[in-house]
Design a protein around this ligand. Structure first.
Ligand code: MG
Length: 266
């Protein structure tokens, strides 16, 4: 049975908007400083400082692993480079001209959470990488356009899948978007594809009608190659099995009136 989706009041959504605004400011700061020669740990330090100065708490820092024996996440951002998909741990690795880096940021403010991600080009990037970024960002936009009260959740999922696959790319299956509120991860799960018959039988991602007051973190992860992913030795960093490059764009959106309000923009 599907877990119950927690609807948010207008006052709750106003609080989440403030958490989301800090997330947006953090990603804008990353955009300002990302460059060849910059280590991913420097991006993490800048974001952590910004979040704390703004009165927020970095949600990802010390986030517990789902796998027993894996230490909690050690940083305030996920920084995933090139073939890394999500959950990359910031470190000494210096970004190089032509790389892409996906940065995911979560903030708690006053007990409410915001979550967003964006893939940044490092200096001048190749044509295929540029197309990957454009398609993934457009997939997020199309998904948000379908995230309206009265529609079905699968219309959000399908919009991502159509945009990616019609451009010869694939969507990651193993990681999905999610409801969000006081906790970063709440029901429903939001796959970036429409479940096939087998998955539907398992009830893995139950479809549902979208209602005003739902707040969703929609996050397409799109690969240039196949959809399969693996987890690295650190227990966190996820990368593509075929080592093709991957992009990740995410917004937290609230369903209000007859549309979606993006909470994680400036
Ligand atoms: Mg998320």
């Amino acid at each position: 049975m599907a877990e119950k989706i927690i609807l948010k009041s207008p006052a709750d959504i106003a609080m989440m908007r403030e958490a989301g605004r800090i997330v947006a400011r953090a990603l804008a700061e990353v955009e300002r400083i990302v460059a060849p020669g910059v280590a991913t740990a420097a991006l993490d330090r800048a974001v952590e400082e910004l979040i704390i100065k703004a009165g927020g708490i970095p949600t990802f820092k010390n986030y517990p692993a789902s796998e027993a024996g894996t230490p909690p996440f050690p940083a305030s951002i996920c920084a995933s480079v090139n073939e890394e998909v999500v959950h990359g741990i910031p470190g000494n690795r210096e970004l190089r001209e032509g790389d892409i880096v996906s940065v995911d940021v979560g903030v708690h403010l006053g007990g409410w959470c915001g979550d967003a991600a964006k893939t940044f080009p490092v200096g001048k990037i190749g044509r295929k990488a540029m197309k990957l970024l454009q398609v993934t960002e457009r997939a997020l936009g199309r998904a948000i356009a379908n995230a309206r009260p009265g529609r079905m959740l699968r219309e959000v999922s399908g919009a991502v899948q159509r945009e990616a696959e019609s451009n010869g790319m694939s969507v990651v299956r193993q990681y999905v978007g999610h409801g969000i509120g006081r906790d970063m991860h709440e029901p429903p799960q939001i796959p970036n594809y429409v479940c096939g018959p087998d998955e539907r039988l398992e009830g893995r991602f139950p479809d549902c009608r979208l209602l005003a007051g739902m707040v969703l973190a929609i996050e397409p992860m799109v690969n240039l190659g196949g959809f399969e992913v693996l987890t690295g030795r650190n227990g966190w960093t996820v990368y593509t099995r075929d080592r093709s490059w991957s992009a990740h764009f995410e917004h937290t959106v609230a369903l209000v009136g007859d549309g979606a309000l993006v909470l994680t923009e400036l």
